[in-house]
Design a protein around this ligand. Structure first.
Ligand SMILES: Nc1ncnc2c1ncn2[C@@H]1O[C@H](COP(=O)(O)OP(=O)(O)O)[C@@H](O)[C@H]1O
Ligand SMILES: [Mg+2]
Length: 315
C-alpha cells in the first residue's frame, strides 16, 4: 500500500513505554491524620496523555483521596505521585494547578467569587494570561456551558446543577492538560448531564487527559476508554469499560451496577459470545443484526476499544 505524499495532519508518534506519562502514581499510600484512616494502600497507576479514564468504586473506597494526590491537594504519605514529570511532593498546589485542573465534587468547596463572570476569569488570570486571552477563554466557556444569562449572578444564587456547571466551567477556562472531575453528574438534571457528556467528548478532541470519578455508569460507558475500579483503598481492576462492566463478579464485589444496556446485553445478545453492549444503541444494533437486517446503525460499534469478545463483523 502506498501512503499519500502529503497529509494535512501530522502523524502521531507512537508512545514509547518510557515516555513521561500524564500521571504516575507509584506505590502511593495516604493515611488521614484524623483517626488514622488508611485511604490509599500502595496504589500504582499510570495514565497516558490524552487518556479519558473513569474512576469508580463504592463510597469510601478512596477515589477522592486518589484524585487529590494528582494536583497536590494531598501529598502521599508513602510512595510518590509524578504529574507531567513533576513529583508533587516538591511542588506547591498553585504551581500544580497549571498541570492539573481539579473540579470539586461539591461546588461550594470551590466557588468564592461574587459573580459568575469573576469566577470564570479567576483561573485564566492566575495563569498570567493577557486581558484579551482571558476574555476569549471566558467567552468560550460561557458559550459552551450556556451561561450568558448568569454572568452577573452570585454563584450561590444559582441552582445546584448550574452552580456545579460554573465550577466545571471555571476550571475548563484554564485549559489544563489534565482535568479531574469528581462526580460531575451527581445532583445534575437532564440538561446539565448532557452538557457534561458533551464536555468529555470535547476534552477528548482537545487531547486533554481526563480522570472522571463517577457513579454514573451510563455516562462512563458512553465516553471513557478505560475504567479504573477501587475497593478498600486499592485499585482492583483497570480495563476497558466493556471488560469492566461485563465482569459480573467484579460488579458484585464492588457493589456497582453496570449500565442497564450491558446487563440486558449479557443475558441476550452477548450470551453466546457476541460483543457485550455498553449503550442502548449498541443493544439495538446487535438485535437488528441478529434479525439479519443489519439495522440502521453500525453492527458492532467499538470506538477503538477492546471488546471482551471478537466482533462478529469486521465493520
Ligand atoms: N478528611 C478526612 N479525614 C479523615 N478521613 C477521611 C477524610 N476524607 C476521607 N476520609 C476517609 O478516607 C477513606 C476514603 O475516602 P474518599 O477518598 O473520600 O473515598 P471516595 O471518594 O471513594 O468516597 C474513607 O474511609 C473516608 O472516610
Ligand atoms: Mg469521593
Amino acid at each position: 500500500m502506498s501512503s499519500p505524499a502529503t497529509t494535512s495532519v501530522p502523524e502521531a508518534t507512537d508512545p514509547s513505554p518510557d515516555e513521561v506519562p500524564a500521571i504516575l502514581v507509584d506505590g502511593a499510600s495516604y493515611v488521614y491524620p484524623t483517626g488514622d484512616v488508611v485511604a490509599l494502600r500502595e496504589v500504582t497507576l499510570r495514565i497516558g496523555h490524552g487518556e479519558i479514564v473513569g474512576l469508580v468504586g463504592q463510597n469510601g473506597s478512596g477515589k477522592t483521596t486518589l484524585t487529590k494526590l494528582f494536583n497536590g491537594l494531598l501529598k502521599p504519605t508513602g510512595g510518590r505521585v509524578v504529574v507531567n514529570g513533576i513529583e508533587t511532593r516538591n511542588e506547591s498546589v498553585q504551581e500544580l494547578a497549571r498541570h492539573v485542573g481539579y473540579v470539586f465534587q461539591n461546588p461550594n468547596h470551590q466557588l468564592f467569587a461574587r459573580t459568575v463572570q469573576e469566577e470564570l476569569e479567576f483561573g485564566p488570570r492566575n495563569l498570567g494570561l493577557t486581558d484579551d486571552e482571558i476574555a476569549e477563554r471566558v467567552a468560550d466557556a460561557v458559550e459552551f456551558f450556556d451561561l450568558s444569562g448568569e454572568l452577573g449572578t452570585h454563584p450561590y444564587r444559582l441552582s445546584f446543577p448550574l452552580r456545579k456547571l460554573v465550577g466545571i466551567a471555571s476550571i475548563y477556562a484554564m485549559r489544563p492538560p489534565v482535568l479531574v472531575l469528581d462526580e460531575p453528574s451527581t445532583g445534575q438534571d437532564h440538561r446539565t448531564t448532557g452538557v457534561i457528556n458533551t464536555l468529555l467528548r470535547r476534552l477528548a478532541e482537545l487531547g486533554t487527559t481526563v480522570v472522571c470519578v463517577s457513579h454514573d455508569m451510563p455516562l462512563l460507558a458512553d465516553v471513557v476508554e478505560r475504567v479504573v475500579v477501587m475497593r478498600d483503598a486499592q485499585v482492583i481492576a483497570d480495563a476497558s469499560p466493556r471488560a469492566v462492566f461485563a465482569d459480573e463478579d467484579l460488579m458484585k464485589r464492588t457493589n456497582l451496577h453496570a449500565p442497564q444496556a450491558t446487563q440486558i446485553g449479557l443475558r441476550t445478545v452477548a450470551r453466546d459470545g457476541g460483543v457485550v453492549p455498553l449503550t442502548p444503541d449498541e443493544v439495538a444494533s446487535a438485535v437488528a443484526e441478529r434479525r439479519g437486517g443489519g439495522g440502521p446503525g453500525r453492527a458492532t460499534p467499538d470506538r477503538g476499544r477492546n471488546p471482551t469478545a471478537t466482533p462478529s463483523t469486521s465493520g
